[in-house]
Ligand binder design. Structure first.
Ligand SMILES: Cc1ncc(COP(=O)(O)O)c(C=O)c1O
Length: 399
């Protein structure tokens, strides 16, 4: 038997890879940004679309609402919650926006978030500040902080003025896993509501959302659970459900949360309907196996790329359970948007898609690994980035 192109997954890797219709010429190493939909899921979603096109009245009036209820139940179960605790939303941006729109804060109140927060989420918080007269307090969390340090930093920035604490379950620019339960406890100690941005969590981590002790949790299934784009889930603690309003008015407004979130105008909700099919498909591979593979592969990739670039291992960090990891780049090579774009263009020409960006003034690559990836993807990346950087001294890689 030929040796597997991905020994971390095993001999059946070619079969698993074939589930994705991703361009085989490209090394797709940025799953974390947009996810990737398996071919059978796309087919299933198109079948729903065909039902919609063939008989719109039957679809919108009689079929779709019941199917959405079933999909919501399956998504809720996947995140560890009951069907009435979760609303389907199109993405984390929409879920966070609905939360901040439904909240009232006193003028002078403070919202505590961190310098790892996702840009659009930070913007949503700024909108809340503009509407209510609240102020955003950005806690600077050094990239290598321990869980205890992260929790302590949140506590240092909270006070009796804090109305809302926002914490990432997995951070986007830095691929860190934050101690959300401890941070939720800190927020509540100061009487603040706690919003967890779980954008990367579904599929990457086993979830038990109601146990986190938060007030709101929002996650994307279209990232690591590979559902079609437009599948987000918003969990709301019981005491907040009555005041939760969808961003856009709904025919089911008077029915309240979560129904009010899923009867919004005429829309294509087939991404939600395909979610249970996706969860079954990925589940058939074994979620534990998927997660263990992704973590092992991304750790291998991080070490491999770092070694090729001469990045000392002391500058590498990986949090348990994550399918993403960071490799810092030498100063001056990806610290600005223009530099990062130049590196990205160089890599696209070599057939490598990857996330490059600057955080806190330091350029870095964010590696992602899913089951369709194989070690050769990152070897290609390592060689390409090394060529791009050649001429630059290894320098000081510190974050
Ligand atoms: C931490 C985090 N929050 C929120 C989002 C926004 O997700 P979406 O673009 O699906 O709204 C992202 C997207 O990458 C993210 O990484």
């Amino acid at each position: 038997m030929a040796k597997s192109a991905n020994p971390i997954w095993g001999d059946d890797w070619e079969d698993v890879r074939r589930l994705w219709i991703l361009d085989p010429e490209v090394a797709h190493c940025n799953h974390g940004s947009y996810g990737a939909v398996p071919g059978p899921v796309m087919v299933a979603q198109n079948e729903f679309r065909a039902r919609m096109a063939v008989h719109p009245q039957r679809w919108f009036y009689r079929e779709c609402p019941g199917l959405v209820t079933v999909a919501r139940g399956e998504v809720a179960r996947f995140v560890g919650a009951g069907p009435e605790e979760v609303a389907l939303v199109s993405n984390v941006s929409a879920g966070v926006s609905a939360v901040v729109q439904s909240l009232t804060l006193e003028p002078g109140a403070e919202i505590v978030s961190t310098n790892h927060a996702y840009g659009a989420v930070a913007t949503a918080l700024d909108r809340l500040c503009a509407r209510t007269g609240a102020t955003r307090v950005v806690a600077e969390v050094p990239v290598h902080s321990t869980n205890e340090e992260i929790t302590a930093i949140f506590a240092e920035h909270c006070s009796d003025r804090t109305g809302l604490v926002v914490v990432d379950q997995v951070t986007s620019p830095t691929a860190r896993r934050f101690p959300i339960e401890a941070v939720a406890a800190v927020g509540h100690r100061f009487g603040a509501a706690v919003l967890v941005d779980g954008a990367h969590a579904p599929g990457m981590l086993p979830l038990d959302v109601p146990k986190y002790g938060a007030d709101f949790w929002v996650g994307n299934l279209h990232k690591w659970a590979c559902t079609p784009a437009g599948t987000g889930a918003l969990w709301v603690a019981p005491q907040w459900r009555e005041q939760m309003l969808p961003l856009v008015v709904s025919w089911a407004e008077l029915d309240g949360f979560p129904l009010s979130f899923e009867r919004i105008g005429t829309d294509d909700l087939t991404a939600w309907l395909a979610a249970p099919i996706t969860l079954d498909l990925l589940g058939s591979l074994g979620w534990d196996r998927v997660r263990a593979h992704n973590e092992a592969l991304v750790c291998w990739a991080q070490a491999t790329v770092a070694e090729a670039l001469g990045v000392p291992s002391s500058e590498l960090h990986h949090d348990t359970g994550l399918s993403m990891a960071i490799v810092p780049l030498p100063p001056g090579r990806a610290d600005t948007r223009e530099q990062a774009q130049a590196l990205q263009e160089h890599m696209v020409a070599l057939g490598v898609e990857m996330a490059v960006g600057a955080w806190d003034g330091h350029g870095a690559i964010r590696l992602s690994a899913h089951v369709y990836n194989r070690p050769a993807d990152y070897e290609r990346m390592a060689a390409g980035v090394r060529d791009f950087l050649s001429g630059s001294k290894p320098g000081d890689y510190q974050w």
